[in-house]
Write a protein that binds this ligand. Sequence first.
Ligand code: ADP
Ligand code: ADP
Ligand code: ZN
Ligand code: ZN
Length: 753
Amino acid sequence: MKPNNKHINIVGARQNNLKNISLEIPKDEITVFTGVSGSGKSSLVFKTIGAEAQRQINETQNSFTRNRLNHYGVPDVDKIEHLNVPVIISQKRLGGNARSTVGTATDIYTSLRLLFSRIGQPFVGYSGVFSFNHPQGMCPACEGLGFVSKINTKELLDENKSLNEGAILFPTFQPGGYRWLRYVNSGYFDADKKLRDFSKTEWDLLLNADEHMPTHPNSSWGKTMRYIGLLPRIENDFLKRDSKEHNIRKKELQKIVVSTTCPDCLGKRLNENVLSCKIHGKDIADCAMLPIDELLKFIKTISSKPFNSLLEELKMKLNNVVDIGLQYLTLDRSTSSLSGGESQRIKMVRHLGNSLENLLYIFDEPSIGLHPKDLDNISSIINKIRNKGNTVLIVEHDPDIIKIADHIVDIGPGAGVDGGQIVYQGSFNDLKTSGSRTGAYFSQKRSHKISPRKAVETIKIKDATMYNLKELSVDIPLNVLSVVTGVAGSGKSTLIRKVLPSQFPEVRIIDQSPIIGSSRGTLLTYLGIFDKIRKVFAQANKVSTQLFSNNSLGACSNCKGLGFEKIDLAFMDDVELPCEVCNGSGFTPEVLKYKFQRKNITEIMELTIEEALTFFRELEFVDNFRLLTELGLGYLKLGQRLNTFSGGERQRLKLSAELEVRNHIIVLDEPSIGLHPSDTQMLLDILERLVEMGNTVIVIEHNLDIISQADWIIDIGPGAGKCGGQLIFQGTVDSLLGYKNSETANYLKSYLN
Ligand code: ADP
Ligand code: ADP
Ligand code: ZN
Ligand code: ZN
């Protein structure tokens, strides 16, 4: 094959575990990258192809930024030719900014604003003022947030105490603190008087007084200090999101602050003037509160010849959201409350709206969070993107997405050092007979659980009504493996992750969220094994254990033992560069002289779990390593930092910590994410083991390999959002198969055939 510009041509890729591989990827087609977890798919697709495509764009940046980025971001590859401008659609959630909504993130709100500024009655100004982020559009009372934060004085103050006794409960206002001094020294109060005995004037001074020079003769202040009431003081110093102390005191603030719907705009975020502008009796905020399918119906009732193309564009964008299965969302929903899968699809919608071609789209497991029914929509959208003349690369484990590939690249054969090679390239049909693990999965016979466990006891949820749940009651069987199914947005997470724990607080939820405080942490510290290894080193070398701690004696002084330095780049994510002094080890050269069985501490960090299993075989902590190997994580390196793990890896790591427990109620949210189909069996074995040990396991899952092996199914639906929230079915897989009115049943039937 000769490279030409109909292919992306990759030569000599060696990032992470890739074994100097070369390949050509057809342009204007869909290529799906498969392979077991840790085989090197992300290393090739994101860290090599995606990184290089971005680097080539960065060439257009100013030279300072460019040098910084090049230093860090050059993937380990000889060359890549014929790359297009990349659009990388990852699982990273959309920002937590309170001003970012489904409407703003999809750009649909922009079109809606334009429409209101053209045909709304009366005319109030150009489209910009319809934005709640615009000073002339926002509600002045809540500054466009839709809610106001108020301090709950009941939680802030203890009326049965005096100032001297610590009546102000918030930190930094405690007796002796400098903020407390200002109130005590103001001369306005008797510091020994209980607050409940304060006069109205005293209360007013304490809580609400505007900033002023204290005039009271008893004031022991000089002429320079000003006085301000407690409420404005806390608002200024803590409530403002950009105040320095806002983040530090978040937890304590939650206790004293209540958010309520803004009384002026009733949550609509806009001022009266803007809200007076209407189309067919609805203002723009009314529109943003409608589920998107209803909004589409409403827009279809509008006709205006001069603005036909604007209306068509708006309908097209709304239609895209419906097609992608998010018709149940509203434009005013804040993006921070969306699930990972919802976020990813919102990002997709944004790109469907534009008509650019010749782009390189890269997707990271687009199947996440999706029921097989939703997958049909996603597949057709990805097809649309390709048909516009774009190249699509997808890292994916889901059989239904793998099937839409024009071209498949299977990486393997194993994980970590045993992977990094191309085991198969070609069509989906030939994959089945290729002999690879992915191929084997597709050619094997499917069956469902023959003899499910019977529950003796249940826990009961009665009349749950949160979000879209419609007085849903369900009995969840104890000591069996239950799988909760239903289309995205039907209410599974609301029921299992919100309602269930509120009634049974002992429920343990194992998900993919980041591990807290993990910037210094490595796999070893997470497992609690680092201390033990330090001891082993200290004993073997007859020195202090302190020496091997990377936050004390033996730590590299340049990076404080971190092994990397953080670099701030304006407008971009921070980048981390390996420390130049210690080359990333985090230790002083002296420490590296000490060895255990001929390896120094950083060489130990480089071992994979599987290697460590043999290396430390005589020590008791290897049992931990064995568990992780059984979870398919044997390829991870001991020193790998926690913040570099993928969501799926994190979830399995957390799962490993549960494997010793009994009599727990354990909830897993899509544990199949990031798992190759051939690894799913191993996950099922672990879930079975948890149940055998006396635990109750409840899994929210779309993966049919897992659904088919449940003892008990709880199906929520029938649709998403307001069309969901009902219990559709509960029972065994066998009886589900005989049930007509469940989408899940239909897909399960065709899966088993
Ligand atoms: P996949 O996407 O197929 O699950 P990856 O490309 O993420 O696999 O990982 C391939 C190998 O590279 C694994 O052994 C993994 O632990 C390793 N790896 C991934 N990211 C890093 C990193 N930032 N530093 C060191 N090793 C890494
Ligand atoms: P699933 O887990 O089945 O995908 P969810 O339980 O996440 O579904 O969602 C059920 C419904 O509740 C959807 O209409 C969703 O938009 C709504 N919902 C979920 N979280 C929130 C939230 N934080 N605020 C408002 N609505 C929410
Ligand atoms: Zn308001
Ligand atoms: Zn260093």
